[in-house]
Design a protein around this ligand. Sequence first.
Ligand SMILES: C[S@@+](CC[C@H](N)C(=O)[O-])C[C@H]1O[C@@H](n2cnc3c(N)ncnc32)[C@H](O)[C@@H]1O
Length: 384
Amino acid sequence: MEQQRTILVTCALGVSQVLSQEIKEHGYLPLKVNPLSVELKGNLRDCMYLNLHLRTASKVLLLIKRFRAPHPDQLYQVISKIPWEDYLRTDGYICVTSFISNQFILDTRFGNQKVKDAIVDRIFSQKGKRPNSGPNRDESVVYLHWLNDDCHLYFDTSGETISKHGYRRIPFKAPLRESLAAALIKSTCWKPGMPLINPMAGSGTLAIEGALMAAGIAPGLLRTNFGFMHIRQYQADLWETLREEATRQITQEVTSEIIINDQSLEALRAAKKNAEWAGVTSFLKFQSGDFTKMEIPDPPGVIILNPEYGSRLGEVQQLTKTYQAIGDFFKSKCAGHWGYIFSGNPDLSKNIGLRTSRKMPFYNGKIECRLLEYELYKGSKKND
Ligand SMILES: C[S@@+](CC[C@H](N)C(=O)[O-])C[C@H]1O[C@@H](n2cnc3c(N)ncnc32)[C@H](O)[C@@H]1O
């Protein structure tokens, strides 16, 4: 695991350009940017580092082998020749996951079973004992990407996804996935030092991600278990060193004013708890009330709102007023700042009534969304 291999860092649809930039900021060279992943070269240590630091990623996959296999029998043959006993413990536990598009496989569970059989049969033939296997991702995870006859077999060094950053114990309503919230903040003009205002904060994900960035807290510091810890080449002392280096980068000197506001006291309670788990409470200001009544600090700052999108008619009618109120709020109170709306409903977004300077596409789960940017100078033009 010392030698350079392909590392594939996966992400949500729409995020790969932001992820690629984030990978560069950590000194790595992205070799290929795909819609759902970024490819680079590295070893197990690099995977550990990336799992610790990346805010916008879902998984860090380390290539074990690429090979051709048109049929499940060939898949079994190739995989059972890999020296798994060098990588996995006989008393360990393996989970196999996959993406498969191959004419002989109608159910991915069958493909996963073939991979699992090849691994445990190989270990049994060498060691006389089989590791356990099943669906849990909390020990070693092997991931197969099989398209026609082209197979890529990886260690999923993350195990459980790293798109969750481990601080959200109370979700409140429709919370954003932490990695998406981080990607949205990274797509705005915000930089640590500038005000960051989240007037409809819900459980606080956007502001908490901003605070984590401002304080330099690596998201992986909040987590104790990763897939790489269950590979035999894992060195606990190296992980401790990486954690210590990351801990030294944390700063208490957060100069950004970061405001969490929501009209729901229940949402604020959730946001406060989540901020506490993230270790950023002291960097945040909590306010309750209607966003239209907020006092906005001096510019230039970023004001980011994630209003509900509404699915039922009554909701949409009510939300039309909310979106109009956001437009008025931007015009009357936020001149000199950058305004952003993250929404999955383009018809509702038209009610903002201001000209966008950028429209950035993202997906929130399966819903196509836009991050809309408004440069709010005095007397912002009506979009008519
Ligand atoms: C979709 S949720 C935001 C979710 C959030 N991004 C998260 O990750 O948890 C929208 C939030 O806007 C709040 N809200 C709705 N109308 C509001 C208003 N007029 N003033 C302040 N907050 C409002 C709701 O209480 C709700 O928490």
